[in-house]
Design a protein around this ligand. Structure first.
Ligand code: FES
Length: 107
């Protein structure tokens, strides 16, 4: 798409590098409020960092195919759908892309 040529005209924000993502399993950006993960097919997925229950930061669950909240145990699929409460709403997802080694999310 032509949007790749001009990142200043849209709302994509750099949240880290692909190297960091691959090394750590996820990228988080507190200011943007997003977490970026890779699914089994190596697709990038950007989601809300804040758990919809009471706002703790979710994190990649060990094993990598779900997200978990450390505060009260909510779990979400890698696409943000609630698997286990107390959260009752899904994590929103955001457009994500790469440019060279950078990971950008539209927030
Ligand atoms: Fe996430 Fe309560 S804040 S489960």
């Amino acid at each position: 798409s032509d949007s790749e040529e001009n990142t200043s005209s849209d709302n994509f924000q750099v949240v880290g590098t692909l190297d960091e993502l691959e090394a750590e399993g996820s990228l988080t950006d507190d200011v943007a409020g997003v977490i970026v993960v890779l699914n089994k097919s190596n697709q990038l997925i950007a989601l809300d960092l804040a758990c919809p229950h009471r706002g703790c930061d979710v994190a990649l669950h060990e094993g990598g195919e779900r997200l978990a909240c450390p505060c009260h145990g909510s779990q979400f699929t890698i696409r943000g759908n609630v698997l286990q409460g107390p959260a009752r709403t899904n994590l929103n997802t955001y457009e994500v892309k790469t440019e060279d080694n950078q990971v950008l999310v539209k927030v």
